[in-house]
Design a protein around this ligand. Structure first.
Ligand code: DGL
Length: 277
């Protein structure tokens, strides 16, 4: 990136996308960030493609109006169901998390077989399965709808979460290698799951590598910005004095701050209520 700071918009149904933001910020500390959490309308993971498309398009337009020059759709469900609707709604480049996640899985897999865990809607779309098939990989997809509320409750290293995760993973991996190559990748296809990395690593079969879309999406953003740098500043253009991170939430600002801290790992300072009506 040459010349001036980019303004990167990151969109999610709620606070979970802060896991993706965190990784992008780590690679691009020089950029300004706008984060939008559609907390009034979450969860997206249980909704239809038409509804998610409508919600995601209006949220993306809001970020563009606030000055985002590149949009990262951190929400796996929105990336899986509504990437085209989002691209149609805005005039800035849009990056989803499915392709980077699949690319990373493909890079680390030897057996060419993965288990993908995600929301119900992401699993029903088979977006990950298709992205992996395009890379000659087989995928078993498993919806884990109880994990998001448990994580939002802050139950990270908690016996109930461990029990629930164990049941999901046992079901996902049961017989997965029979007659075929055993999966050697567990793809975390939901914004929230990186918080359970340690727990999932303990519970997954030993040959399995965990891949999360947060890390791989950050790499894709870096590549995008290198390939399509912003134009240099025009003579006399002032360096904008904007905060590095400005968050918007469609529901309670207080709740966003409280939950957001857990996902970001530090205080979320500037949060503004966004009214899309
Ligand atoms: N952000 C969603 C995802 O990554 C999880 C939360 C929701 O269902 O809205 O799929």
């Amino acid at each position: 990136m040459s010349g001036r700071r980019a303004t990167i918009g990151v969109f999610d149904s709620g606070v979970g996308g802060l896991t993706v933001l965190k990784e992008v910020v780590a690679r691009f500390p020089e950029a300004d960030y706008l984060y939008f959490g559609d907390t009034a309308r979450l969860p997206y993971g249980t909704k239809s493609a038409a509804t998610v498309g409508r919600y995601a398009a209006s949220s993306a337009r809001y970020l563009e109006q606030q000055g985002a020059e590149l949009l990262v759709v951190a929400c796996n469900t929105a990336s899986a169901l509504a990437l085209d609707a989002i691209r149609d709604a805005v005039n800035i480049p849009v990056l989803g998390v499915i392709e980077p996640g699949a690319e990373r899985a493909s890079a680390v897999s030897r057996t060419r077989s993965a288990v993908v865990i995600a929301t119900e809607a992401t699993v029903a779309s088979h977006a990950y399965q298709q992205a992996l098939a395009a890379r000659q990989m087989a995928a078993r997809e498993k919806a884990c709808p109880l994990l998001v509320p448990l994580i939002e409750e802050g139950w990270i290293e908690h016996p109930v979460t461990e029990q629930v995760a164990r049941i999901y993973l046992d079901e996902a991996f049961a017989g997965a290698g029979d007659g075929n190559a055993a999966p050697d990748v567990l793809l975390l296809g939901c914004t929230h799951y990186p918080l359970l990395r340690r727990l999932l690593h303990r519970l997954a079969p030993p040959q399995v590598t965990l891949v999360d879309s947060a890390e791989s999406t950050a790499a894709a953003v870096a590549q995008k910005l290198e390939l399509e740098p912003l134009p240099p500043p025009s003579p006399g253009e002032e360096r904008r004095i904007v905060p590095r991170l400005h968050c918007f939430a469609t529901d309670s600002v207080e709740k966003f701050r409280r939950l957001g801290e857990r996902f970001l790992g530090h205080e979320v300072e500037r949060v503004t209520h966004a009214d899309l009506e």
